[in-house]
Design a protein around this ligand. Sequence first.
Ligand SMILES: [Zn+2]
Ligand SMILES: [Zn+2]
Length: 191
Amino acid sequence: MLPIERRQQILLWLEQEECLRISEISKRLEFSEITIYRDIKPLLDQQKISKTSKGIRLVPQQQMLYNHCSYCHKACHSRLSVQLMKSNQQVEQTCCAHCALLRYQNCREDVLQIICRDFLTDTTINAKMACFLLHADINLHCCQPQALPFESVHQAKQFQSGFGGVIYDFEGAIQAIQTDMTGSACCHKET
Ligand SMILES: [Zn+2]
Ligand SMILES: [Zn+2]
């Protein structure tokens, strides 16, 4: 087995199993740990994998950040975009909170965390703890109905007093978007 083949095998295992000890890899491939270390050195250098207390793991690919929305396939480039951390170490990106909420609804069990940006302060927040303003009188030119994430209900209310709309918690926003979309055409498809 060539080093490149071993490297591919290791990457394959990491995709399936998340984390592997060098000793375990050495046992499976029947090569010494020193050889395995030499094999994975380029992967570490290229930051494709990283060391953890439990061995090595794949690094979530950062270029995903500039990818397309995993729900409606629009390009994601604005600060409205949202990251979904999946249990297989992959990071999915959606163009806006609207798509993030609907995408989450499709694959709840696989999503560990959802990171979005507070609409006012631009700080990164945990979407599950955030509140969302729907139907505000502002057009962000993304998907309808748009959902604006806010970290604090207080600030969402302040924004609401100027721009109108309805405030929901995370689960409430998912329901509201789904209800709202029945019958009306969304950005991309009918559900
Ligand atoms: Zn989208
Ligand atoms: Zn969108």
